[in-house]
Design a binder for this molecule. Structure first.
Ligand code: NAD
Ligand code: MG
Length: 391
């Protein structure tokens, strides 16, 4: 029986993870569930799963959750913890083997790193943590013997297309390049002049995937693909120049690996995160996920094209940050988080997101992030710079 901690259990990835686990009650137990908001949903999950721990943001929410669990439950109580300390405790707890890292944004960095340092099997959805701490993250995985399995559908696809046991050295493995597929988001075909006027709800109405609001906006700007480029470089030990983005509106081919002999390997499937989640939960064995088999004849045609630079300036910004290295990716991610939150709050227009990120990077005084504290300091500095642009 595998004991699983789900960081961000109430989010889109968290709910899908519990959905897959529920199909295999003889294989997986929820050891700890965490949430920041949606305490009612967390209470419901705790009544169903009866985890050893639940973690919320603060003491007040902890009291509310404990009360709400007690109201409907039988038998064993869940211990409720709170704050970052609570997250670290459950992420590193010796009694859990697997940690699903599915908190959104930089808030996931410290608990995800705690799971890495405790040598867990880390299922990584929280791409922002890897973007921010790349080198420290991968060094921690190696030093502490963690097993890192990508949940992002593209990276999970690439992982499946790489030679088994691949541990870096793309040249030795005969890899020419990696192709990240991108749906193009909800604004792939609208007139460029109309982009300024789009609303948060329009930006969050993704054509193929149902996701949290932050990543949905990132998909609309294609910052998501930019973050994924950085993610791919760290996960698979490739240079930014070896990663290309291809627009594929059907979201059926989840990404591809091109080899020197002319082979192009792809992983295909219906766009449903339960496939990569099931793959990582039980890797190297396969698991029934609840996802319907792909009907190729029903799909009929698959389309591919190049991304337009003018439509997706965030992609170029992310590539530039990847090439510049140091703590440029930290600044990129932090400015983007601030700008996306402001857009979702109705404070700025859609096109301001890329402008704020560009201005933050333009004025950035870079440094080498040697430890987690330095990453956090760069993150705070970039957030400050981006916030000042909103004022
Ligand atoms: P979501 O907004 O639906 O859920 C986020 C979860 O994190 C929630 O449980 C929330 O309570 C928790 N959370 C939010 N802020 C927090 C904070 N400050 N401290 C602690 N917990 C906090 O997001 P999501 O769509 O599930 O995405 C989660 C992560 O997975 C993101 O990094 C995203 O990029 C990545 N991802 C998501 C998908 C997808 O299909 N949703 C696909 C690929 C990658
Ligand atoms: Mg993705």
């Amino acid at each position: 029986m595998e004991q699983v901690t789900v960081l961000g259990a109430t989010g889109s990835i968290g709910v899908n993870t519990l959905d897959v686990m529920a199909r295999h009650p003889d294989r997986f137990r929820a050891f700890a569930l965490t949430a920041h908001t949606r305490i009612d949903l967390l209470a419901q999950q705790c009544r169903q799963w009866r985890p050893r721990y639940a973690v919320v943001a603060n003491q007040q929410d902890a009291r509310r959750l404990a009360q709400s669990i007690a109201n409907g439950s039988r038998a064993r109580a869940t211990e409720v913890l709170w704050g970052e300390e609570g997250l670290i405790e459950v992420a590193a707890h010796p009694d859990a083997g697997t940690v699903m890292a599915a908190i959104v944004g930089g808030a996931g960095l410290v608990p995800t790193m705690a799971a890495v340092h405790a040598g867990k099997r880390v299922l990584l959805a929280n791409k922002e943590a890897l973007v921010m701490a790349g080198e420290l993250f991968m060094e921690g995985v190696r030093r502490c013997g963690a097993t890192l399995l990508p949940i992002d559908s593209e990276h999970n696809a690439i992982f499946q297309c790489l030679p088994s046991g691949y541990r870096g050295d793309p040249q030795g493995a005969g890899i020419r390049r990696i192709l990240l597929s991108a749906s193009g988001g909800p604004f792939r075909t609208i007139e460029l002049e109309q982009l300024r006027l789009v609303t948060p709800d329009q930006a969050c109405a993704h054509p193929n995937w149902r996701m949290g609001r932050k990543i949905s906006v990132d998909s609309a700007t294609m910052m998501n693909k930019g973050l994924e480029l950085l993610e791919a470089c760290w996960l698979f030990d490739v240079a930014p120049s070896q990663v290309d983005v291809v627009i594929h509106p059907e979201s059926i081919v989840h990404s591809l690996v091109e080899y020197v002999d002319g082979s192009l390997l792809a992983q295909l499937g219906n766009p449903d995160m339960r496939t990569p989640i099931a793959h990582a939960l039980n890797w190297p064995q396969r698991l029934v996920s609840g996802v319907a088999p792909l009907d190729l004849i029903g799909v009929g045609a698959l389309n591919f094209s190049a991304p337009e630079q003018a439509r997706y300036p965030c992609l170029g910004l992310a590539r530039a940050a990847a090439q510049a290295g140091k703590d440029y990716p930290v600044a990129l991610n932090a400015a983007n988080e601030v700008a996306v939150a402001a857009f979702l709050d109705g404070k700025i227009g859609f096109c301001r997101i890329a402008e704020i990120v560009a201005e933050t990077l333009h004025g950035w005084v870079a440094s080498e992030p040697r430890d987690l504290a330095a990453v956090q300091a760069s993150d705070a500095r970039a957030r400050g710079a981006a916030l000042a642009m909103l004022a």
